[in-house]
Design a binder for this molecule. Structure first.
Ligand SMILES: [Zn+2]
Length: 462
């Protein structure tokens, strides 16, 4: 095992128990071995100003980073999620494992540079461009794991089961040929994923029934047996057409249908869950499932606005995901989550009313602290890990630039408000994964090589 890096020292740090001052963190083998607070730095310590825990990104399709900005031209009719999906299907027509690794590496590097330290990869691009399985069913998953290894990001891999094109087990379309598995193929794929992950630290393996459009309730029951204690993620109620189709087919809305047929509990992440009735908000919150909100992508695709006040009032938990990766930045996800609600309600500080962090800190008046705490706790829960900087956990830490104009003179929760609402990615200084610095002054250590490889590859693909 390589030597442990020098202990980190911060003037102020957001630990799992809350804010602390003069914090010294020793790591051993990538884990936090010892935390001291209220102490001076020791000779040889690496001294920084402000530490936050790295945030979990609970929902990503890494390859979609390669088509960011390509679907922003108006077509002949009304553009929607469904016309965007046609552009996406065309983009992945020629994408091979090397392309997957190159694009995923760029996306994961940008995640680290903006303060995400773990990604939940909702991985459905399994087969070769002609739809035939690769000799190794986990070939594409291996490319994702290689990108995680290159960049250092922690990986929760969520291999996707995708079998149908619409409610009621409709046969898949031609554009879906690279995603489709039967249950036996999927079990082999998942075993392949387990092997791939064994070479990386801190990995978690889950299972992702793609959506109620792509999976029948019988298949869902069998998938849940495979999942055991791991995370279960599903896209749900993202689009009004999806809700209408589900109603027409079953007489129920998607979330109602799911809650009536599956044992949804706190292992689950309901990705998007945009269109909920108040009753569905209450039931989903009571199940313990995390709502996987992706505000930038949901805005980009014109999905709709998540009913956050009703869901949070019912005690619901949420995390954030970068989903289509059209723009990667957790501060922007959190800002847009709050701003969508402000625009709708014509009021300010909508989501700051209560404590959503679950750490017993009582009511918080800071929007930034509430959003950050909720996304940290909910995201970690959804990705199958413990949240925050604490003994025995991976030393995944983000430091803010105390000299950024929007952070000067701020303390504690005020730093989170300053970062999320004003500084954005310019406020990030360094990022450590397992105690090793991977980002300095906002730039990943491998940025040049990863960006150069990506540039060559994407010009070919386009
Ligand atoms: Zn998605």
């Amino acid at each position: 095992m390589p030597l442990d890096p020098a202990p980190l020292y911060f003037r102020t740090a957001l630990l799992a128990e809350g804010w602390a001052r003069h914090v010294r963190i020793e790591t051993h083998g990538g884990l936090v071995a010892r935390i001291e607070t209220g102490v001076p730095p020791a000779p040889g310590d690496e001294v920084h100003a402000i530490a936050l825990p790295g945030l979990p990104n609970l929902h990503s399709h890494a390859f979609q980073r390669g088509m960011a900005g390509l679907a922003e031209r108006r077509g002949a009719g009304d553009d929607s999620f469904w016309t965007w999906r046609e552009v996406m299907y065309r983009f992945l027509d020629r994408l091979g494992p090397e392309d997957m690794q190159g694009i995923a590496a760029l996306a994961y590097m940008e995640m680290l540079e903006t303060g995400f330290t773990r990604v939940g990869e909702f991985h459905y691009l399994h087969h070769a461009p002609d739809g035939r399985p690769y000799a190794d069913p986990a070939e594409m998953a291996a490319a994702i794991a290689a990108a995680a290894a290159e960049t250092g990001i922690a990986l929760t891999l969520l291999p996707v089961f995708y079998a149908h094109s619409g409610f009621g087990g409709l046969p898949p379309g031609e554009g879906q040929r690279r995603f489709i598995c039967d249950l036996d193929q999927f079990a082999r794929l998942r075993e392949g994923c387990r092997t791939v992950l064994a070479a990386l630290p801190d990995t978690v393996l889950g299972v992702a029934p793609h959506s109620l459009r792509a999976v029948t309730s019988g298949e869902l029951a069998q998938l849940l047996e495979l999942a055991m204690d791991g995370p279960v993620h599903i896209h749900i109620a993202e689009q009004t057409r999806e809700v209408e189709d589900c109603l027409a087919w079953s007489g129920q809305r998607p979330v109602q249908y799911l809650l009536d047929r599956a044992d949804v509990d706190d292992r689950w992440c309901a990705v998007h869950a945009t269109h909920l009735t108040t009753e569905e908000c209450v039931r989903l919150a009571a199940s313990g499932a995390v709502a996987g909100l992706c505000p930038i992508t949901e805005a980009n695709l014109g999905d709709g606005l998540f009913p956050a006040p009703a869901f949070l009032a019912a005690g619901g938990r949420f995390g954030i995901g970068s989903d289509s990766n059209v723009l990667i930045d957790p501060s922007e996800e959190l800002r847009l989550l709050e701003y969508g609600q402000r625009l709708h309600a014509r009021r300010r500080n909508i989501l700051a009313d209560a404590d959503h962090t679950g750490n017993g800190a009582g009511n918080r008046t800071s929007s930034g602290a509430t959003l950050f705490g909720a996304a940290l706790a909910g995201g970690a829960r959804a990705l199958g890990v413990a949240a925050g900087i604490g003994q025995g956990r991976a030393a995944d830490i983000v430091s803010l630039d105390a000299n950024h104009p929007s952070l000067i003179g701020r303390t504690e929760d005020g730093l989170l408000d300053g970062w999320i609402f004003a500084a954005g990615r310019g406020g990030i200084d360094c990022v450590w994964r397992r105690g090793r610095r991977v980002v300095s002054r906002g730039r990943h250590q491998a940025r040049e090589a990863i960006a150069a490889r990506y540039a060559g590859m994407i010009s070919r693909l386009l």
